[in-house]
Design a protein around this ligand. Structure first.
Ligand code: 5GP
Length: 192
C-alpha cells in the first residue's frame, strides 16, 4: 500500500478514556486526523451506528474479508469477538491527504507500529487504578457483569504491554491528559 500520511495509534484498556481522548484529537481540525473505522463482529451499542463507529459485520462476512486479505490487522479482542483494520479504510484516509488515528487494542496497536514504524506514533492511555476502570466501565452502562469481568481481565493483560509504546499517558485528570496528548501528537505530526 502506498504510504502518504502519518499514523497515530491510541491503545489502552477499555474504560481508560481513550475513546474520549481520540475524539478530542479528531475535533482539532489543524491536526488533519481522520478516525480509522474498524470492522467488528460485536453488537452495535445504543448510540452507535454502522459506518460511523464501526463497520458491524457478521462473523461470516468478517472471516470472508480476512480470507480475502482485506485487513491490515485483526484481533480476537474478546473470546469470539473480532475486530480489524480494513486496508480500504487506510486508502480512503490517505487518499484524501489526511493522517490516521487508530483506536485499537494493544496487539493491534503494536502491529500497526511494526508495519508503519517510521510514520507511526504509539500512545498508551492508562487508568490510575482498577477501581477507576471498574467505575468508568460501569457508568457506561453497556456492559453485562460477565463482559465487565472479561474487560477488566483484558485491561490487566494490556497494562503489561504498555512499556512497548512510544508514550504512556496516565489519564488521572482528563484536561491534563488532553493537553499532554495534544502536545505529543502536534509535535509528531509537524516533524519530518
Ligand atoms: P469496544 O468494543 O469497547 O468498542 O472495543 C474493544 C476493544 O477493541 C478496544 O480496545 C478497541 O480499541 C479495540 N479495537 C477496536 N477496533 C480495533 C481494530 O480494528 N483492531 C484491533 N486490534 N482492536 C480494535
Amino acid at each position: 500500500m502506498k504510504k502518504t500520511g502519518k499514523c497515530v495509534v491510541i491503545s489502552g484498556p477499555s474504560g481508560s478514556g481513550k475513546t474520549t481522548l481520540s475524539n478530542y484529537l479528531i475535533s482539532i481540525s489543524k491536526l488533519n486526523l481522520n478516525f480509522s473505522i474498524s470492522a467488528t463482529t460485536r453488537e452495535c451499542r445504543k448510540g452507535e451506528s454502522d459506518g460511523k463507529n464501526y463497520y458491524f459485520l457478521s462473523l461470516n462476512d468478517f472471516k470472508t474479508k480476512a480470507k480475502n486479505n482485506e485487513f491490515l490487522e485483526t484481533e480476537e479482542v474478546y473470546p469470539n469477538v473480532f475486530y480489524g483494520t480494513l486496508k480500504s479504510e487506510i486508502e480512503r484516509i490517505w487518499g484524501i491527504g489526511n493522517n490516521i488515528l487508530f483506536d485499537v487494542d494493544v496487539y493491534g496497536g503494536l502491529n500497526i507500529k511494526k508495519i508503519y514504524s517510521e510514520s507511526t506514533i504509539s500512545i498508551f492511555i492508562d487508568s490510575p487504578n482498577k477501581m477507576t476502570l471498574n467505575e468508568r466501565l460501569k457508568s457506561r452502562g453497556s456492559e453485562s457483569e460477565s463482559s465487565l469481568k472479561v474487560r477488566l481481565k483484558k485491561a490487566e493483560i494490556e497494562s503489561q504491554k504498555s512499556t512497548q509504546f512510544d508514550y504512556i499517558i496516565m489519564n488521572k485528570n482528563l484536561e491534563e491528559a488532553k493537553k499532554r496528548l495534544y502536545d505529543i501528537v502536534f509535535e509528531f505530526l509537524n516533524n519530518e
